[in-house]
Design a protein around this ligand. Structure first.
Ligand code: PMP
Length: 431
């Protein structure tokens, strides 16, 4: 495969853009290095790179692209936005329509506010929770990613009942001390941490179905316990549904799981490919937010017409009967095909899948928490990633990410992907 142009452009990128990428996860450092593939255009389930190579895409831009690239309904909406003015700085009808759509899809949310990214959405839910409870500490789970604001770039301390340490330079110790990080799916650790800190905790922040150390579902009863003990101690529950909302079904993981958080952070899919974030929750709590209440949050770009119209169009496509069932059917087919091929070639592999989202872990252990995901074989993943790319399949360059199907992937795409995986496993076994 010729990748000359990708290499030239990436080299130039490193001269002008820090690290050559605008988000660290786009680099290939976690998969053995090299120039990341520079994409030129995308349509439906496919990507073409600057050298003219075609790929079936499962990156889906790290989640937002659920209706495939350049979906005509979304393209039409964005074109309309461009023709009628991209940014007003005034209220628009579109914001109201979209807020109503989100509330209909996630009926436990009384009020919504639009922001521009998942990072902003989560950051603000924490502020609102702190304002409402008049407490400062937060609790979160190891390996869950909640954007790049200071409070969520904090690593676990030495045990569940210890305070955190900065996970990034520039995050002060004084902030890390406000955060308790505990293992996901570990009721004992959660109980211990809640016993010690619960009365000081403003909110427990959780990805209800984890997307950031692979797809990991909560074990039976775990989330219920998270809710129960938080309520006992007067801490709010914040669901980070930046990945999960509208990914597995029309609405949030909260509807699927039958649980009601106090606040929810949204992003990714709800923008149909344009920058967006949103947060929402119970009336009484959302009334903390300015101009009604004392918790300040604002945004020049918030609720901009293009993101609103793209989001509305994306949700309209997702209202089509059977789209989630079809992604689940194709996801099952993909998972089964990959597992069979791994067996055939003697590749040690475990998969976690929910609907059209699938993670491949190079291990024979079940993966239920971050520690287990971390222990999977990253070197083999790196080799597999490169082989897969050469064989025409684009996935995220990280062992922790999911493969995301879209409504545009077809059965033929899945068959072609399984063949490419089979070839890649064969080549992997020969190395
Ligand atoms: N929360 C979760 C669960 C995410 O996966 C991400 C992004 N991967 C974020 C928050 C941050 O969103 P953004 O990149 O839009 O700031």
């Amino acid at each position: 495969m010729n990748r000359t142009k990708s290499e030239i452009i990436y080299k130039e990128a490193t001269e002008h853009i820090v690290g050559g990428v605008n988000s660290p996860s786009r680099g290939y450092h976690a998969v053995g290095g090299g120039a990341p593939t520079v994409m030129d255009r995308a349509k439906g389930a496919y990507f073409w790179d600057v050298d003219g190579n075609k790929y079936i895409d499962y990156l889906a831009a790290y989640g937002p692209i659920v209706t495939g690239h350049a979906h005509p309904h979304i393209t039409k909406a964005v074109t309309h936005a461009a023709e009628t003015g991209l940014l007003y700085g005034t209220p628009t009808r579109h914001e109201v329509k979209f807020a109503k759509m989100l509330k209909e899809a996630m009926p436990k949310m009384d009020k919504v506010r639009f922001v521009n990214s998942g990072t902003e959405a989560v950051m603000t839910t924490i502020r609102v929770a702190r304002a409402y409870t008049n407490r400062t500490k937060i609790m979160k789970f190891a390996g869950c990613y909640h954007g790049h604001s200071d409070l969520v770039l904090v690593a676990a301390g030495s045990g569940p009942a210890t305070l955190g340490t900065p996970d990034s330079a520039g995050v002060p110790n004084s902030i890390a001390k406000e955060v308790i990080t505990i293992p996901f799916n570990n009721p004992e650790a959660y109980k211990e941490a809640m016993e010690k800190w619960g009365h000081e905790v403003a909110c427990v922040l959780v990805e209800p179905i984890v997307g950031n150390f692979g797809i990991v579902e909560p074990n039976e009863g775990f989330l219920e316990l998270v809710h129960e003990l938080a309520a006992d101690k007067g801490a709010l529950i914040v669901y980070d549904e930046v990945i999960t909302a509208f990914r597995f079904h029309y609405g949030g993981a909260q509807d699927m799981l039958g649980l009601t958080p106090d606040l929810t952070a949204l992003g990714k899919v709800i923008g149909g490919g344009l920058p967006i974030g949103a947060y929402g929750g119970k009336q009484e709590i959302m009334e903390q937010v300015a101009p009604l209440g004392p918790a300040y949050q604002a945004g020049t770009m918030a609720g901009n017409p293009a993101s609103m119209l793209a989001g509305i169009a994306c949700l309209e496509v997702l209202q089509t009967e059977g789209v989630y069932e079809e992604m689940d059917r194709l996801g099952t087919m993909l998972e089964e095909g990959i597992l069979q091929s791994a067996k055939k070639h003697g590749v040690t592999l475990t998969t976690n899948r929910l609907g059209g989202a699938l993670t491949l872990f190079f291990t024979d252990e079940k993966v239920e928490n971050y520690e287990q995901a971390e222990a999977t074989d990253g070197e083999v993943f790196g080799k597999f990633f490169k082989l897969l790319l050469k064989n025409g399949i684009n996935i995220a360059p990280s062992k922790y990410e999911a493969w995301f199907l879209t409504t545009e992937h077809t059965e033929d795409d899945i068959k072609e992907t399984i063949s490419a995986v089979d070839k890649s496993f064969e080549e992997l076994s020969a190395t």
